[in-house]
Design a binder for this molecule. Sequence first.
Ligand SMILES: C[S@@+](CC[C@H](N)C(=O)[O-])C[C@H]1O[C@@H](n2cnc3c(N)ncnc32)[C@H](O)[C@@H]1O
Length: 238
Amino acid sequence: MPQILETLSRRLDSALLPPRAREVRRRHLTYLTPRKLRALDATLRHVCRAGVAGDFLEVGVALGGSAIVIASRTEDRHTFHGYDVFDMIPPPGPEDGPRAHRRYAEIRSGRSGGLGGDPYYGYVDDLYGRVCRTFSDFGLPVDGRRVILHRGPFEETLKADDRRSVAFAHIDCGWHGLVSLCLRAIGPRLSPGACVVLDDYNDYGGCRKAVDAFLAERDDLRFLCRAPSAVLERRADA
Ligand SMILES: C[S@@+](CC[C@H](N)C(=O)[O-])C[C@H]1O[C@@H](n2cnc3c(N)ncnc32)[C@H](O)[C@@H]1O
């Protein structure tokens, strides 16, 4: 797309963001582009309109930006669950491409910049406490009822024996092994009509590979769209 059209379309996406999402961007709380945030919100509205049963999840919370957009769409019957180590990001694996490894090396070196000139969030002390305060600022206290944050490595917090149904999940942890782990933990819990947004499908080859492999095993799932993020939907009649 020519540069001028790209700029115009970015401005339009920002102008059309719902107020919460706009505030999240203004406060530098998310790495999602305005286009991805809009698409995320549209998928949430789709799931709410269809009355899909189950919890709303985000795997990869960081500063809480997209998590707040998701938790804002919960209704009385939903609980939001956010998963993150709330500390330094764990390393990518051998299935991930050079881009993932370069990004990790930059973070480990202590030279990664943060959003809007802030320090990189992984270097912040008590990130968990800060994220809890941010949720409260948005009128969404981490109360263990409507909003629950699971702190620790996904390998420990995404429990294989969790049987609660899921209406919506945002998987935002880029790397092959992690995306695969998330899909295998969450996949069996998806309600008919549930949606899974994969933030990094078009950004990291490892993520795409994990999603495509998972889809090949599940004929009850289909792509609702592929960009700006990929969205999988479980057939309503499944
Ligand atoms: C891309 S960031 C999430 C961005 C966020 N959704 C936003 O709105 O900007 C991915 C997060 O996943 C976390 N993470 C990555 N690997 C993890 C693991 N194995 N266990 C727990 N958290 C992990 C990172 O620390 C980071 O906070």
